[in-house]
Design a protein around this ligand. Structure first.
Ligand SMILES: Cc1cc2nc3c(=O)[nH]c(=O)nc-3n(C[C@H](O)[C@H](O)[C@H](O)COP(=O)(O)O)c2cc1C
Length: 172
């Protein structure tokens, strides 16, 4: 299996997950390349491509969508997704635009992984100003959630990412 893991990571959370997934895939030939350095004309040579991103305003970074658009119609037949997000509940459908393109070209999404990533891209002061505008009960929950996501992805998250890599090929 020739596998590409490519990702956009603004503050490094998704990058950590990418490296853990790669550890899990260790028996295979895996290229791990930031999306900005990937040549779209070369991705068809992979048996499986993993696309990863942080979530920004409920979406993945555009660079990944552009990569898939640029590579089409010469797309690999198998993809997987991974992402990190600050919300404790994963309610978003961030890969929506890519999923549409893959469906049009008959590529399959083998599996998906997500985990929490601390919101270090938004300065603490800005976050506190946002929380100050909330009703008291919502502000209390936002502060509690902020504590829960601190330092994540943590070891537990990254072990799960590694396990995702270890089990991924059974689903191909
Ligand atoms: C501008 C901005 C917008 C964000 N929007 C969302 C969002 O809509 N939903 C969410 O769960 N997290 C959101 N986050 C949090 C990031 O998705 C999270 O911290 C993620 O782990 C960042 O990944 P990275 O370090 O790989 O860039 C946002 C962060 C920033 C900086």
């Amino acid at each position: 299996m020739k596998i590409l893991i490519t990702y956009f990571s603004n503050t490094g959370n998704t990058e950590k997950v990418a490296y853990s997934i790669k550890e899990g895939l260790k028996e295979n030939e895996v290229d791990l390349i930031p999306v900005k350095d990937v040549d779209a004309s070369k991705i068809a040579a992979y048996d499986l491509v993993l696309l990863g991103s942080g979530i920004y305003a409920s979406r993945i970074d555009k660079s990944l969508v552009n990569l898939v658009k640029e590579a089409a119609p010469n797309l690999p037949s198998k993809f997987a997704y991974f992402c990190t997000h600050a919300s404790l509940e994963f309610y978003q459908k961030p890969f929506y635009n890519i999923t549409k393109i893959l469906a049009e070209h008959g590529s399959k999404i083998v599996d998906e992984f997500d985990c929490v990533g601390d919101n270090i891209g938004i300065p603490l002061k800005t976050r506190m100003t946002m929380f100050d505008k909330l009703p008291e009960d919502k502000k209390k929950k936002a502060l509690e959630d902020m504590e829960k996501i601190k330092g994540r992805p943590n070891k537990v998250d990254l072990d799960k990412a590694k396990r995702f890599g270890e089990t991924l090929l059974k689903k191909v």
